[in-house]
Design a binder for this molecule. Structure first.
Ligand code: ZN
Length: 380
């Protein structure tokens, strides 16, 4: 007997006659206490994740037919129907709320303080009991929220579907990039099997990356409660990660079916699907601090000619790109060099080839922290 269900959840309309729906696929028993949640397209302009969802659904359907789904698996293949409708000038935008210009992957709910208040007198000396109590309090807190507009409703609905998961994978992509992963520092190295299995060239770690992206809305509460109640054992009960599936144009069946298979193996190894996954591949590179990410900026206007490709190691002072401005009279003055100011892995570059002073052109994952607190994600 198969377990799969497909449910449509509606968002209250922002305008008359515009009710949008979120489609939720569920597999496996909800009673085992083991749950994984996967979504794609929170940034609705990022195509690779949708195609991975297509291949994952085929893999899960086959596993479900064989009775092999052992935990609860929830899939939201198109997580942002608001963004997915944002066609403008023949481009699907999908990244910022039209009403307040907020990035759809920012300002997700931070319920740590409210949940701490709810559980402070009931925490025990047993981590499993604390996990159950905290999840119950999270559920109650989320239930009590009254989101004010359509985007807030969407964020609320996504969190309500995932907050009690052991694993949350939010599928994204960068501009022109190699595969990389963002997750909370306390999750490493326990979650290194995810980065290794996905073939990630870099994993960026932060305890707080700023402005509350979706993965942190699910995971950060655990280490923050552990810090708040140091005398009580509180586990890091949610492995939430943002998985950047290369660049926006890296959309092929070969890549996506391989990514889907890797996610399947990862979930299999974590016990959500029966059967034995192959040995974990070698981790391509150790995690680095998100504070160590170098944002390489343009210092002049012009067109950008990249001389390094994502995935290459760069040293401090290495030429990454030239900015060419044909209006300068002298040939040498037409070219402005863009150099890396740190050593690390070049993980992404812009897709278009235009520069203005201050624009971020490339990102380099370095080992040494560069910055203090604040929004560490910037444009990602
Ligand atoms: Zn994204």
């Amino acid at each position: 007997m198969t377990t799969k269900t497909i449910e449509k959840r509606s968002l209250p309309g922002a305008s008359m006659g515009t009710e949008r729906t979120l489609t939720v696929h569920r597999y496996g028993p909800a009673s085992t206490g083991s749950k994984a949640y996967l979504q794609a397209g929170l940034h609705a302009d990022e195509a690779p994740g949708y195609l991975v969802m297509h291949h994952l659904i085929d893999l899960f359907d086959t596993a479900d037919d064989a009775g092999a789904i052992q935990g609860e698996i929830v899939l939201v293949p198109v997580a942002n129907p608001i963004g997915a409708s944002q066609w403008r000038d023949e481009v699907l935008r999908g990244r910022f709320d039209d009403f307040d210009n907020t990035n759809f992957n920012r300002r997700h709910a931070d319920i740590t303080a409210a949940v701490a208040e709810r559980v402070k007198d009931t925490l025990t000396d047993f981590p499993d009991r604390n996990k159950i109590a905290i999840r119950r309090a999270m559920g109650a807190e989320i239930e009590a929220m009254t989101p004010a507009d359509e985007s807030a409703q969407l964020k609320h609905l996504l969190l309500s579907l995932s907050y009690d998961s052991d694993i949350v994978l939010d599928l994204h992509c960068d501009y022109q990039a190699i595969t990389h992963v963002y997750m909370g520092t306390p999750l490493w190295p326990d979650a290194s099997d995810l980065s290794a299995q996905m073939g990630a060239h870099a994993t960026l770690l932060a305890k707080t990356s700023g402005d509350n992206p979706y993965d942190e809305a699910c995971s950060r509460i655990w280490w923050e409660l552990a810090d708040k109640f140091p005398e009580k054992p509180i586990p890091c009960a949610c492995l939430a990660a943002t998985v950047e599936l290369r660049g926006i144009s890296d959309v092929t069946h070969a890549l996506a079916s391989n990514d889907a298979q890797n996610i399947f193996f990862f979930l299999q190894r974590r016990g959500l699907i029966a059967g034995e996954a192959p040995a974990i591949p070698q981790l391509k590179s150790d995690a680095t601090p998100l504070r160590g990410m170098g944002h390489i900026k343009a210092t002049a206007p012009g067109v950008v000619v990249f001389v390094k490709r994502p995935g290459e190691l760069v040293k401090k002072g290495d030429l990454i790109a030239e900015i060419v401005n044909p209006l300068q009279a002298d040939s040498n003055q037409r070219i402005t060099n863009v150099q890396s100011d740190i050593e690390g892995i070049l993980i992404s570059v812009n897709v278009d080839r235009f520069a203005r002073p201050g624009r971020i052109l490339a990102k380099v994952a370095g080992k040494e922290p560069l910055r203090g607190k604040g929004d560490l994600l910037l444009t990602s």
